[in-house]
Design a binder for this molecule. Sequence first.
Ligand code: C2E
Ligand code: CA
Ligand code: CA
Length: 579
Amino acid sequence: LLLALVIGGSVITPARRQLPWVILALSFALIAAGDTFNLFERTVGATRIGTLFNAIAWPGAFMLISLAMWLRPQPVDVFARQRPAGFVLPGVAALGGLVVLFAGTVHHITDVALGLATATLVLVGVRLALSTRGLRLLTEQRHRQSITDDLTGLGNRRRLFNVLNTYFDELADRRLRPRTLAFLFLDLDHFKEINDSFGHPAGDELLRQLGPRFADSVRSSDVAVRLGGDEFAVVLFDADAEYAHKVAGRLLNRLQEPFLLDVVSATIGASIGIAMAPAHARDADSLLRCGDVAMYRAKLGPNAVELYNQDLDDDGNLLKLADELRTALEEGQFVLHYQPQLDLRSGSIAAVEALLRWEHPRLGMVPPMKFIPVAEEAGLMPALTSLVLDHALRQFSSWRDAGRQLDMSVNISPTNLLEPGFTEMVRTQLAKHNVPPVALVLELTETCVISQYERSKAVIEELRSLGVTVSIDDFGAGATSLAYLGDLAVGELKLDRTFVNGLNSPERSRDYDLVRSTIALGHALGMRVVAEGVEDLKTLDLLGRVGCDFAQGFYISKPLPARELVLSSDRWSDVPQPA
Ligand code: C2E
Ligand code: CA
Ligand code: CA
């Protein structure tokens, strides 16, 4: 009976580890055999084998039972293929039971046999029910997995197409009242930068935190999915364009809250394209394309959110954008504007910052914040920076030839620091235009330095030994850590314009203190300090009084093409001298 029980048990729980069951079965088999010999000993007489069996059966069985209990569960082998529950043993048992019951209708058999056969059939039934339930759960789980994105917990591309195809099928069905649908196509800015500078675990963490923010921003009936990489989509049912804009704004707000990653807190932006169905498209693929086209416009245009319209269609989509950037490089659609920096001691223009502009053939002037992230992603930054250096240093020479010596500041991207041979490229460009290295300032943002500290430190040192000045741009805007400053071969600090702007107003006294102490700190570390974003005379006065070295901003001049710049020194002679 016990032996039958154990065999039955191992059949009912097929997924469990089998070894203890086998040992248990073995021990009961041993007892059964031992007792059988014991029985024959009484009736037939003792044999040698029988005596031997009697001696070992019970102690051996108990040892095996203990062993079965004592065996620890082994860690599950993830690589082993999961074996589905077998149906052979239950099938044989059921067949056996049926045969016994059938025989019972023809011959007389004992009630015990009938009872056992019935019990067997009931057990097989239970076993089948359990298997079916397991299978159903597994199927549900597989289905859920197949339509969710692992990192964000949002839906994935398959889910999006399921939803859209169902919607468009319903739309085609004339018996149903047509519903409207708004489709948001979203592409993150600066995601690649975060991935490259802080590593993929940081990028993954960001995506993980992103999921709930998306889910919070839409109704439970809406669908938010990750299409892959840093592309997302949201489907809003029964929504008009106005509501879609509202959701887009909400999403952008939620994205702008900093993400706390392991090492830093990062902020990202996004561009969103909106397309409406059935107004703009009548199938899923066209709808996606419309969203993409509108998003492309949002990437380049002044608004972060754009609604699709037919006119945009000629502009193409993001895929085309990378191509366009390549063409722009080849055809020289990039130009530099220069913004002067006023020397607050002498009251003359002593330097300029080169700022990149793209003269897009159809869209007009595209600002750098719009296309630089795309260039980063398309791997075009090395070429672009080398082009900027080339143009800027050529301009330096032509001013010098005209008798005007102006230091030249050039912005470099985080990825530039990581590219091998960057210092060499700078050296070559300087030599090509015969520019003394001291006249060149390379501006790096703070976050980029902190994220790749060791590598940045090494490159900054290389540049310094070349004679080039490295400047920390947007200082104070990011995750400021003053601790590292003294350790880097940095020659200039550029105060971020958020501190400088409107510094003179009374409610900004905290910023005033901050600016004053940062200037003092910069000077103590042997750096010069440049304030950017100076938009009025009062701020300029104030900066002069707290000992700032250089000032840059719209009040002095907007960035302009070289020939339009006013560089005369007498204009600023009334600027207050530093205390
Ligand atoms: P940035 O280096 O902080 O450049 C200063 C930005 O502030 C410029 O915007 C400039 O037009 C703007 N600005 C100057 N004065 C004022 C002011 O008084 N008030 C206000 N509100 N803004 C002012 P722009 O030219 O659009 O450049 C934006 C950013 O694009 C730059 O920020 C820089 O990070 C990046 N960038 C520009 N050119 C290049 C380049 O050649 N290479 C790289 N890697 N990045 C570049
Ligand atoms: Ca800059
Ligand atoms: Ca700046």
